[in-house]
Write a protein that binds this ligand. Structure first.
Ligand code: PLP
Length: 468
Protein backbone atom coordinates (compact mmCIF):
# COMPACT_ATOMS: atom_id res chain seq x y z
CA UNK A 1 0.00 0.00 0.00
CA UNK A 2 1.42 3.42 -0.85
CA UNK A 3 1.28 6.20 1.68
CA UNK A 4 -1.36 7.87 -0.48
CA UNK A 5 -3.65 4.88 -0.66
CA UNK A 6 -6.21 4.64 2.07
CA UNK A 7 -6.06 1.29 3.85
CA UNK A 8 -9.83 1.16 3.47
CA UNK A 9 -9.26 0.80 -0.25
CA UNK A 10 -6.87 -2.13 0.17
CA UNK A 11 -7.90 -5.19 -1.83
CA UNK A 12 -10.23 -7.29 0.23
CA UNK A 13 -10.28 -11.05 0.42
CA UNK A 14 -12.92 -13.60 1.20
CA UNK A 15 -15.72 -11.12 1.70
CA UNK A 16 -18.39 -12.97 -0.17
CA UNK A 17 -19.96 -16.37 0.08
CA UNK A 18 -18.86 -18.62 -2.70
CA UNK A 19 -21.55 -20.00 -5.00
CA UNK A 20 -21.80 -23.24 -3.07
CA UNK A 21 -22.51 -21.35 0.16
CA UNK A 22 -19.10 -22.16 1.65
CA UNK A 23 -18.29 -20.51 4.96
CA UNK A 24 -16.45 -17.19 5.07
CA UNK A 25 -12.69 -17.53 5.48
CA UNK A 26 -11.64 -17.24 9.12
CA UNK A 27 -8.32 -17.54 10.88
CA UNK A 28 -7.68 -20.79 12.71
CA UNK A 29 -9.66 -22.98 10.31
CA UNK A 30 -6.56 -25.15 9.81
CA UNK A 31 -5.22 -25.19 13.37
CA UNK A 32 -4.28 -28.62 14.67
CA UNK A 33 -4.76 -29.30 18.38
CA UNK A 34 -3.45 -32.17 20.50
CA UNK A 35 -5.85 -34.81 21.81
CA UNK A 36 -5.28 -36.51 25.15
CA UNK A 37 -4.21 -39.60 23.18
CA UNK A 38 -1.26 -37.66 21.74
CA UNK A 39 -2.75 -37.50 18.22
CA UNK A 40 -3.54 -34.18 16.57
CA UNK A 41 -6.77 -33.14 14.84
CA UNK A 42 -8.12 -30.02 13.19
CA UNK A 43 -9.77 -27.82 15.81
CA UNK A 44 -13.54 -27.53 15.54
CA UNK A 45 -14.29 -24.06 16.95
CA UNK A 46 -17.89 -24.27 18.18
CA UNK A 47 -17.78 -21.49 20.73
CA UNK A 48 -18.49 -18.49 18.52
CA UNK A 49 -20.89 -17.04 21.09
CA UNK A 50 -17.97 -16.48 23.46
CA UNK A 51 -15.52 -15.14 20.87
CA UNK A 52 -15.72 -15.77 17.13
CA UNK A 53 -12.57 -16.33 15.10
CA UNK A 54 -11.27 -13.35 13.14
CA UNK A 55 -12.44 -13.09 9.57
CA UNK A 56 -9.48 -13.44 7.21
CA UNK A 57 -10.72 -10.24 5.59
CA UNK A 58 -10.55 -8.38 8.93
CA UNK A 59 -7.06 -9.70 9.58
CA UNK A 60 -5.89 -8.66 6.10
CA UNK A 61 -7.37 -5.19 6.43
CA UNK A 62 -5.75 -4.69 9.83
CA UNK A 63 -2.41 -5.98 8.51
CA UNK A 64 -2.64 -3.61 5.54
CA UNK A 65 -3.28 -0.69 7.87
CA UNK A 66 -0.74 -1.62 10.58
CA UNK A 67 2.29 0.11 8.98
CA UNK A 68 0.24 3.29 8.77
CA UNK A 69 -0.85 3.14 12.40
CA UNK A 70 -0.69 6.50 14.15
CA UNK A 71 -2.30 8.57 16.87
CA UNK A 72 -5.94 9.60 16.50
CA UNK A 73 -7.19 13.19 16.99
CA UNK A 74 -3.78 14.26 18.24
CA UNK A 75 -1.09 14.59 15.64
CA UNK A 76 -0.08 16.77 12.70
CA UNK A 77 1.82 14.02 10.92
CA UNK A 78 0.55 12.20 7.87
CA UNK A 79 -0.04 8.90 9.66
CA UNK A 80 -1.93 10.64 12.46
CA UNK A 81 -4.18 12.27 9.90
CA UNK A 82 -4.65 9.00 8.07
CA UNK A 83 -5.43 7.17 11.31
CA UNK A 84 -7.86 9.88 12.39
CA UNK A 85 -9.64 9.67 9.03
CA UNK A 86 -9.76 5.90 9.29
CA UNK A 87 -11.18 6.04 12.80
CA UNK A 88 -13.93 8.46 11.80
CA UNK A 89 -14.62 6.54 8.58
CA UNK A 90 -14.97 3.40 10.73
CA UNK A 91 -17.60 5.19 12.77
CA UNK A 92 -19.55 5.99 9.60
CA UNK A 93 -19.26 2.39 8.42
CA UNK A 94 -20.67 1.18 11.74
CA UNK A 95 -23.48 3.74 11.49
CA UNK A 96 -24.36 2.41 8.03
CA UNK A 97 -24.13 -1.20 9.21
CA UNK A 98 -26.55 -0.49 12.07
CA UNK A 99 -28.75 1.72 9.89
CA UNK A 100 -28.62 4.52 12.45
CA UNK A 101 -30.98 7.50 12.27
CA UNK A 102 -30.05 11.10 11.64
CA UNK A 103 -28.59 12.48 14.86
CA UNK A 104 -27.70 9.09 16.37
CA UNK A 105 -24.19 8.72 17.74
CA UNK A 106 -21.85 5.73 17.49
CA UNK A 107 -19.40 5.58 20.38
CA UNK A 108 -16.47 3.16 20.30
CA UNK A 109 -16.11 1.26 23.55
CA UNK A 110 -14.24 -1.86 24.63
CA UNK A 111 -17.15 -4.32 24.45
CA UNK A 112 -20.87 -4.83 25.02
CA UNK A 113 -20.25 -4.87 28.77
CA UNK A 114 -18.43 -1.57 28.50
CA UNK A 115 -21.16 -0.09 26.27
CA UNK A 116 -23.95 -0.98 28.70
CA UNK A 117 -21.96 0.32 31.66
CA UNK A 118 -21.41 3.55 29.74
CA UNK A 119 -25.14 3.84 29.13
CA UNK A 120 -25.90 3.06 32.78
CA UNK A 121 -23.69 6.01 33.69
CA UNK A 122 -25.65 8.47 31.55
CA UNK A 123 -29.18 7.33 32.46
CA UNK A 124 -30.84 10.21 34.34
CA UNK A 125 -31.13 9.80 38.09
CA UNK A 126 -34.55 8.46 39.07
CA UNK A 127 -34.85 6.21 36.02
CA UNK A 128 -36.51 2.85 36.51
CA UNK A 129 -34.72 0.22 34.45
CA UNK A 130 -36.48 -3.00 33.43
CA UNK A 131 -34.62 -6.15 32.44
CA UNK A 132 -35.78 -9.73 32.11
CA UNK A 133 -33.99 -11.96 34.59
CA UNK A 134 -32.96 -14.05 31.59
CA UNK A 135 -30.41 -11.49 30.42
CA UNK A 136 -26.66 -11.94 30.22
CA UNK A 137 -25.06 -10.40 33.30
CA UNK A 138 -23.76 -7.56 31.11
CA UNK A 139 -27.38 -6.51 30.54
CA UNK A 140 -28.60 -7.48 34.00
CA UNK A 141 -26.12 -5.83 36.32
CA UNK A 142 -24.89 -2.39 35.16
CA UNK A 143 -28.12 -0.73 36.32
CA UNK A 144 -27.62 -1.56 40.00
CA UNK A 145 -26.16 1.79 40.84
CA UNK A 146 -27.04 4.79 42.94
CA UNK A 147 -29.97 6.79 41.59
CA UNK A 148 -31.51 4.01 39.47
CA UNK A 149 -34.19 1.48 40.35
CA UNK A 150 -34.11 -1.90 38.67
CA UNK A 151 -37.22 -3.95 38.05
CA UNK A 152 -36.36 -7.52 37.09
CA UNK A 153 -39.05 -9.24 35.04
CA UNK A 154 -39.57 -13.00 35.48
CA UNK A 155 -38.47 -15.37 32.73
CA UNK A 156 -41.25 -15.42 30.09
CA UNK A 157 -42.07 -18.72 28.39
CA UNK A 158 -43.07 -17.16 25.07
CA UNK A 159 -42.51 -13.96 23.12
CA UNK A 160 -46.13 -12.97 23.77
CA UNK A 161 -45.61 -13.45 27.51
CA UNK A 162 -42.53 -11.22 27.36
CA UNK A 163 -44.48 -8.45 25.65
CA UNK A 164 -47.38 -8.78 28.11
CA UNK A 165 -45.00 -8.71 31.10
CA UNK A 166 -43.41 -5.50 29.89
CA UNK A 167 -46.79 -3.94 29.21
CA UNK A 168 -47.92 -4.75 32.77
CA UNK A 169 -44.67 -3.52 34.34
CA UNK A 170 -44.79 -0.20 32.50
CA UNK A 171 -48.48 0.27 33.27
CA UNK A 172 -47.69 -0.30 36.96
CA UNK A 173 -44.90 2.33 36.83
CA UNK A 174 -46.17 5.04 34.52
CA UNK A 175 -44.10 7.93 35.89
CA UNK A 176 -40.63 9.24 35.21
CA UNK A 177 -37.87 8.09 32.88
CA UNK A 178 -37.89 4.35 32.22
CA UNK A 179 -35.58 2.14 30.22
CA UNK A 180 -35.84 -1.45 29.02
CA UNK A 181 -32.63 -3.38 28.41
CA UNK A 182 -33.27 -6.44 26.27
CA UNK A 183 -31.19 -8.89 24.30
CA UNK A 184 -31.79 -9.54 20.61
CA UNK A 185 -30.68 -13.18 20.75
CA UNK A 186 -30.01 -15.17 23.90
CA UNK A 187 -26.42 -16.21 24.50
CA UNK A 188 -27.76 -19.39 26.15
CA UNK A 189 -30.57 -20.64 23.92
CA UNK A 190 -29.86 -18.57 20.80
CA UNK A 191 -33.56 -17.70 20.78
CA UNK A 192 -34.62 -14.43 19.16
CA UNK A 193 -36.44 -11.92 21.33
CA UNK A 194 -39.38 -9.85 20.04
CA UNK A 195 -37.40 -6.63 20.02
CA UNK A 196 -39.65 -4.61 17.70
CA UNK A 197 -42.79 -5.58 19.68
CA UNK A 198 -41.17 -4.80 23.03
CA UNK A 199 -39.94 -1.48 21.69
CA UNK A 200 -43.41 -0.59 20.45
CA UNK A 201 -44.82 -1.26 23.93
CA UNK A 202 -42.01 0.64 25.63
CA UNK A 203 -42.38 3.69 23.43
CA UNK A 204 -46.16 3.68 23.80
CA UNK A 205 -45.56 3.97 27.55
CA UNK A 206 -42.90 6.64 27.13
CA UNK A 207 -40.00 4.33 28.00
CA UNK A 208 -36.76 3.89 26.11
CA UNK A 209 -35.03 0.72 24.95
CA UNK A 210 -31.43 -0.42 24.70
CA UNK A 211 -30.79 -3.53 22.63
CA UNK A 212 -28.01 -5.91 23.62
CA UNK A 213 -27.05 -7.10 20.15
CA UNK A 214 -23.92 -9.01 21.20
CA UNK A 215 -25.40 -12.27 19.86
CA UNK A 216 -27.70 -10.76 17.26
CA UNK A 217 -25.41 -8.56 15.16
CA UNK A 218 -23.05 -11.40 14.11
CA UNK A 219 -25.99 -13.43 12.73
CA UNK A 220 -28.64 -11.01 11.52
CA UNK A 221 -28.97 -7.75 9.70
CA UNK A 222 -29.83 -5.19 12.38
CA UNK A 223 -31.58 -1.93 11.59
CA UNK A 224 -31.83 0.48 14.49
CA UNK A 225 -34.18 2.56 12.36
CA UNK A 226 -36.57 -0.35 11.74
CA UNK A 227 -36.41 -1.84 15.21
CA UNK A 228 -36.78 1.70 16.54
CA UNK A 229 -34.63 0.96 19.62
CA UNK A 230 -33.04 3.94 21.30
CA UNK A 231 -29.58 2.37 21.70
CA UNK A 232 -27.75 -0.70 20.60
CA UNK A 233 -24.61 -2.35 21.96
CA UNK A 234 -22.34 -5.04 20.52
CA UNK A 235 -18.79 -6.40 20.72
CA UNK A 236 -16.17 -6.66 17.98
CA UNK A 237 -14.81 -9.99 19.20
CA UNK A 238 -18.17 -11.71 18.61
CA UNK A 239 -18.38 -10.05 15.18
CA UNK A 240 -15.17 -11.63 13.85
CA UNK A 241 -13.10 -8.57 14.83
CA UNK A 242 -11.17 -9.50 17.98
CA UNK A 243 -9.20 -6.32 18.56
CA UNK A 244 -10.69 -5.10 21.83
CA UNK A 245 -13.39 -2.72 20.62
CA UNK A 246 -17.17 -2.54 20.95
CA UNK A 247 -19.93 -0.08 20.11
CA UNK A 248 -22.70 1.81 21.82
CA UNK A 249 -24.88 3.64 19.31
CA UNK A 250 -28.12 5.57 19.45
CA UNK A 251 -29.71 8.70 20.79
CA UNK A 252 -27.37 11.50 21.77
CA UNK A 253 -29.45 13.40 24.31
CA UNK A 254 -28.66 11.39 27.46
CA UNK A 255 -25.10 10.86 26.26
CA UNK A 256 -24.51 14.57 25.79
CA UNK A 257 -26.18 15.57 29.04
CA UNK A 258 -24.08 13.32 31.26
CA UNK A 259 -20.57 13.53 32.63
CA UNK A 260 -18.02 11.83 30.37
CA UNK A 261 -17.53 8.10 30.95
CA UNK A 262 -13.82 8.74 31.45
CA UNK A 263 -12.45 12.18 32.25
CA UNK A 264 -9.38 13.10 30.26
CA UNK A 265 -7.89 14.24 26.98
CA UNK A 266 -10.07 13.81 23.93
CA UNK A 267 -13.28 14.23 25.94
CA UNK A 268 -12.45 17.80 26.93
CA UNK A 269 -12.90 20.66 24.48
CA UNK A 270 -11.28 23.32 26.64
CA UNK A 271 -9.67 23.28 30.05
CA UNK A 272 -9.08 26.71 31.58
CA UNK A 273 -7.41 27.76 34.76
CA UNK A 274 -9.37 30.41 36.65
CA UNK A 275 -7.88 33.28 38.60
CA UNK A 276 -8.78 31.53 41.86
CA UNK A 277 -6.71 28.48 40.84
CA UNK A 278 -9.64 26.27 39.96
CA UNK A 279 -9.94 24.50 36.59
CA UNK A 280 -12.99 24.80 34.39
CA UNK A 281 -13.67 22.14 31.78
CA UNK A 282 -15.90 22.26 28.77
CA UNK A 283 -16.61 18.73 27.56
CA UNK A 284 -17.18 17.74 23.97
CA UNK A 285 -20.62 16.76 22.82
CA UNK A 286 -20.97 13.75 20.56
CA UNK A 287 -19.01 10.49 20.64
CA UNK A 288 -15.72 12.14 21.71
CA UNK A 289 -17.31 13.00 25.07
CA UNK A 290 -17.19 9.32 26.05
CA UNK A 291 -14.00 8.32 24.24
CA UNK A 292 -11.37 9.98 26.43
CA UNK A 293 -7.80 8.81 26.00
CA UNK A 294 -6.18 7.52 22.83
CA UNK A 295 -8.84 5.54 21.01
CA UNK A 296 -8.42 1.96 19.85
CA UNK A 297 -8.18 2.73 16.15
CA UNK A 298 -7.25 -0.83 15.18
CA UNK A 299 -10.23 -2.18 17.10
CA UNK A 300 -12.58 0.32 15.46
CA UNK A 301 -11.14 -0.33 12.01
CA UNK A 302 -11.44 -4.09 12.55
CA UNK A 303 -15.13 -3.72 13.45
CA UNK A 304 -15.70 -1.59 10.35
CA UNK A 305 -13.93 -4.20 8.24
CA UNK A 306 -16.17 -6.95 9.67
CA UNK A 307 -19.26 -4.81 9.03
CA UNK A 308 -18.21 -4.42 5.39
CA UNK A 309 -17.38 -8.11 5.00
CA UNK A 310 -20.71 -9.29 6.43
CA UNK A 311 -22.67 -6.75 4.42
CA UNK A 312 -20.92 -7.75 1.21
CA UNK A 313 -21.43 -11.45 1.94
CA UNK A 314 -25.10 -10.63 2.44
CA UNK A 315 -27.06 -11.46 5.56
CA UNK A 316 -29.71 -13.27 3.53
CA UNK A 317 -27.13 -15.79 2.36
CA UNK A 318 -25.39 -15.97 5.74
CA UNK A 319 -28.65 -16.53 7.59
CA UNK A 320 -29.88 -19.14 5.11
CA UNK A 321 -26.67 -21.12 5.51
CA UNK A 322 -26.69 -20.78 9.29
CA UNK A 323 -30.33 -21.84 9.56
CA UNK A 324 -29.52 -24.95 7.53
CA UNK A 325 -26.82 -25.77 10.11
CA UNK A 326 -29.20 -25.01 13.00
CA UNK A 327 -31.75 -27.46 11.60
CA UNK A 328 -29.08 -30.10 11.05
CA UNK A 329 -27.88 -29.69 14.63
CA UNK A 330 -31.38 -29.79 16.10
CA UNK A 331 -32.30 -32.87 14.07
CA UNK A 332 -29.08 -34.65 15.05
CA UNK A 333 -29.51 -33.93 18.76
CA UNK A 334 -33.19 -34.91 18.64
CA UNK A 335 -32.09 -38.43 17.70
CA UNK A 336 -30.19 -38.80 20.99
CA UNK A 337 -32.77 -39.35 23.75
CA UNK A 338 -30.27 -38.56 26.53
CA UNK A 339 -29.85 -34.99 25.21
CA UNK A 340 -32.16 -32.24 26.41
CA UNK A 341 -31.93 -28.97 24.46
CA UNK A 342 -32.63 -25.91 26.60
CA UNK A 343 -35.29 -23.51 25.41
CA UNK A 344 -37.33 -20.73 26.92
CA UNK A 345 -39.80 -20.23 24.09
CA UNK A 346 -40.24 -23.81 22.83
CA UNK A 347 -38.43 -26.18 20.51
CA UNK A 348 -39.59 -24.48 17.32
CA UNK A 349 -38.72 -20.93 18.32
CA UNK A 350 -36.50 -18.95 15.97
CA UNK A 351 -32.85 -18.97 16.99
CA UNK A 352 -29.37 -18.07 15.80
CA UNK A 353 -26.51 -20.56 15.76
CA UNK A 354 -26.35 -20.88 19.55
CA UNK A 355 -27.77 -23.89 21.39
CA UNK A 356 -27.32 -25.21 24.94
CA UNK A 357 -28.12 -28.67 26.20
CA UNK A 358 -27.58 -31.16 28.99
CA UNK A 359 -26.96 -34.89 28.72
CA UNK A 360 -28.70 -37.27 31.08
CA UNK A 361 -26.22 -38.92 33.44
CA UNK A 362 -23.42 -36.53 32.59
CA UNK A 363 -21.90 -33.60 34.34
CA UNK A 364 -21.76 -30.93 31.62
CA UNK A 365 -18.19 -29.95 32.44
CA UNK A 366 -17.12 -33.56 32.05
CA UNK A 367 -18.92 -33.82 28.73
CA UNK A 368 -17.39 -30.60 27.37
CA UNK A 369 -13.94 -31.64 28.60
CA UNK A 370 -14.27 -34.99 26.78
CA UNK A 371 -15.36 -33.23 23.56
CA UNK A 372 -12.17 -31.18 23.76
CA UNK A 373 -9.69 -33.78 24.98
CA UNK A 374 -10.89 -36.73 22.89
CA UNK A 375 -12.28 -35.03 19.76
CA UNK A 376 -10.64 -31.59 19.46
CA UNK A 377 -14.02 -29.86 19.62
CA UNK A 378 -14.24 -26.55 21.48
CA UNK A 379 -17.61 -25.82 23.09
CA UNK A 380 -18.40 -24.03 26.34
CA UNK A 381 -19.80 -25.40 29.58
CA UNK A 382 -21.10 -23.42 32.52
CA UNK A 383 -23.83 -20.93 33.25
CA UNK A 384 -22.70 -18.60 30.47
CA UNK A 385 -22.84 -15.42 32.60
CA UNK A 386 -26.62 -15.82 32.66
CA UNK A 387 -27.03 -17.62 35.97
CA UNK A 388 -30.74 -16.93 36.58
CA UNK A 389 -31.67 -18.05 33.05
CA UNK A 390 -29.66 -21.27 33.07
CA UNK A 391 -30.95 -22.17 36.53
CA UNK A 392 -34.51 -21.62 35.30
CA UNK A 393 -33.86 -23.80 32.27
CA UNK A 394 -32.24 -26.53 34.36
CA UNK A 395 -35.19 -26.58 36.71
CA UNK A 396 -34.27 -24.17 39.45
CA UNK A 397 -31.03 -25.75 40.70
CA UNK A 398 -29.60 -23.30 43.19
CA UNK A 399 -26.18 -24.76 44.00
CA UNK A 400 -23.55 -22.09 43.60
CA UNK A 401 -21.15 -22.60 40.71
CA UNK A 402 -18.13 -20.40 40.16
CA UNK A 403 -18.68 -17.23 38.15
CA UNK A 404 -19.22 -18.05 34.46
CA UNK A 405 -17.96 -21.55 35.11
CA UNK A 406 -18.47 -25.03 36.32
CA UNK A 407 -19.73 -26.04 39.70
CA UNK A 408 -17.09 -26.93 42.26
CA UNK A 409 -16.00 -29.64 42.08
CA UNK A 410 -16.83 -30.72 38.53
CA UNK A 411 -16.38 -34.43 38.81
CA UNK A 412 -17.64 -36.89 36.22
CA UNK A 413 -21.05 -38.34 36.86
CA UNK A 414 -22.39 -35.54 39.04
CA UNK A 415 -25.78 -34.15 38.20
CA UNK A 416 -25.73 -31.20 35.84
CA UNK A 417 -25.66 -27.89 37.61
CA UNK A 418 -24.66 -26.25 34.38
CA UNK A 419 -25.02 -26.79 30.65
CA UNK A 420 -23.06 -27.28 27.44
CA UNK A 421 -23.26 -24.66 24.70
CA UNK A 422 -22.46 -25.15 21.04
CA UNK A 423 -22.33 -22.03 18.90
CA UNK A 424 -21.24 -21.25 15.37
CA UNK A 425 -21.51 -18.72 12.57
CA UNK A 426 -20.32 -17.49 9.22
CA UNK A 427 -16.99 -19.34 9.35
CA UNK A 428 -18.28 -22.76 10.41
CA UNK A 429 -17.95 -25.61 7.92
CA UNK A 430 -20.64 -28.31 7.90
CA UNK A 431 -17.96 -30.82 8.85
CA UNK A 432 -17.55 -29.27 12.31
CA UNK A 433 -21.19 -29.87 13.17
CA UNK A 434 -21.09 -33.38 11.73
CA UNK A 435 -18.05 -34.18 13.86
CA UNK A 436 -19.73 -32.67 16.88
CA UNK A 437 -22.88 -34.76 16.42
CA UNK A 438 -20.86 -37.94 15.89
CA UNK A 439 -18.83 -37.20 19.04
CA UNK A 440 -21.96 -36.57 21.13
CA UNK A 441 -23.45 -39.84 19.90
CA UNK A 442 -20.28 -41.76 20.67
CA UNK A 443 -19.83 -40.26 24.14
CA UNK A 444 -23.44 -40.99 25.06
CA UNK A 445 -23.24 -44.55 23.75
CA UNK A 446 -19.72 -45.60 24.76
CA UNK A 447 -18.77 -43.11 27.48
CA UNK A 448 -15.52 -41.20 27.70
CA UNK A 449 -12.39 -43.16 26.90
CA UNK A 450 -10.27 -41.31 29.46
CA UNK A 451 -10.70 -40.47 33.10
CA UNK A 452 -11.20 -36.89 34.17
CA UNK A 453 -10.45 -34.98 37.33
CA UNK A 454 -11.28 -31.56 38.68
CA UNK A 455 -8.49 -29.00 38.56
CA UNK A 456 -9.08 -25.40 39.54
CA UNK A 457 -12.83 -25.83 39.04
CA UNK A 458 -12.42 -27.22 35.53
CA UNK A 459 -12.75 -30.78 34.38
CA UNK A 460 -9.54 -31.96 32.71
CA UNK A 461 -8.45 -35.25 31.18
CA UNK A 462 -6.08 -37.26 33.27
CA UNK A 463 -3.35 -38.00 30.74
CA UNK A 464 -2.13 -40.98 32.75
CA UNK A 465 -5.40 -42.83 32.83
CA UNK A 466 -7.11 -44.17 29.76
CA UNK A 467 -10.10 -46.23 30.82
CA UNK A 468 -9.79 -49.95 30.34
C1 PLP B 1 -25.98 -11.48 25.06
C2 PLP B 1 -24.64 -10.97 25.55
N1 PLP B 1 -24.57 -9.74 26.04
C3 PLP B 1 -23.42 -9.22 26.48
C4 PLP B 1 -22.26 -9.96 26.47
C5 PLP B 1 -20.99 -9.36 26.95
O1 PLP B 1 -20.09 -9.21 25.89
P1 PLP B 1 -18.60 -8.80 26.17
O2 PLP B 1 -18.02 -9.90 26.98
O3 PLP B 1 -18.00 -8.70 24.82
O4 PLP B 1 -18.64 -7.52 26.90
C6 PLP B 1 -22.28 -11.25 25.98
C7 PLP B 1 -21.07 -12.08 25.99
O5 PLP B 1 -21.10 -13.29 25.95
C8 PLP B 1 -23.51 -11.77 25.50
O6 PLP B 1 -23.58 -13.00 25.00
Amino acid sequence: MSAHQSPAAAPSTAGTLSDDGAPLAVLGHDVQVPLVSGEKVGYAALDYAASAPALQRVWDDVAAYAPYYGSVHRGAGYLSQLSTDLFEQSRRTVADFLDLREGDQAVFTRSTTDSLNLLAGVVPAGTRVFAFETEHHASLLPWRRHGLTVGYLRAPRSCAEAVAALEAALAAHPEGPRLLCVTGASNVTGELWPVAELTEVAHRHGARVVLDAAQLAPHHRVSVRELDVDWIAFSGHKLYAPFGAGVLAGRGDWLDAAEPYLAGGGASRTVAREADGSVVVEWHRGPARHEAGSPNVIGAYAIASACRALTEAGFDALEAREQRLVERLKAGLAEIPEVRVLSLFGADSARVGVLSFVVRGWNSSHFAAALSAEYGIGVRDGLFCAHPLVRTLLGGEDAAPSECGAPEPSLPGERSLNAIRVSFGAGTPDEHLDRFLAAVRELVTDGARWTYRSEGGRCVADTRRERA
